[in-house]
Ligand binder design. Sequence first.
Ligand code: GRF
Length: 205
Amino acid sequence: MPDHPRIGVLISGRGSNLEALIRATRDGRLAATIAVVISNVADAPGLEHARRAGIETMVVCHRGWPSRDAFDRELAAQLAARSVRLVCLAGFMRLVGPALLDAFPNAILNVHPSLLPAFPGVDAQRQALEYGVKVAGVTVHLVTPELDGGPIVLQRTVPVREDDSAEALAARILEEEHRAYPEAVSLVLAGGWRLDGRRFLRGQA
Ligand code: GRF
């Protein structure tokens, strides 16, 4: 796939969204090449999905750097060295700092298991259930310095059921994440969009 744009995926754990991205590149829903998968956790199970798919993997541990900035610079350098155009966070449990944001302006995406701006941060599905919302969901957004706060590319809703547990709701949201993330990545790579303030718009100005 020589002409496909190259993406880099950052993970910290399970990697089911990474798997969804890999599947989408294989079945033609996502015209992209996953150039590298980087984990900040050495034994992240998601690394195995990448290896099985023949994708280059790297571990860049967040510990042991002189500063957080140095860690971010290393990530940026590794991604740039592989001509990555878009960075996809997929369960990457670190805040992205200025060195990485500046290296990939409006070119870092994240998937979050709530309808932002409701329930940012960890355990979003449980937060939503306990708050009592009737509709939960998924947000794919551009990454900015604010945690889970960047312009929204795409959202999908997931109804909350009366008998839901946090685990059951999270599982249904995850299924939706696996559809929404490849779709959003594809949309961003296709271009033809612009930002108007916080608004991600696909029409002409
Ligand atoms: C997903 O729920 C994602 O929305 C959140 O972290 C979780 C990662 O899951 N940011 P996985 O590692 O992709 O399976």
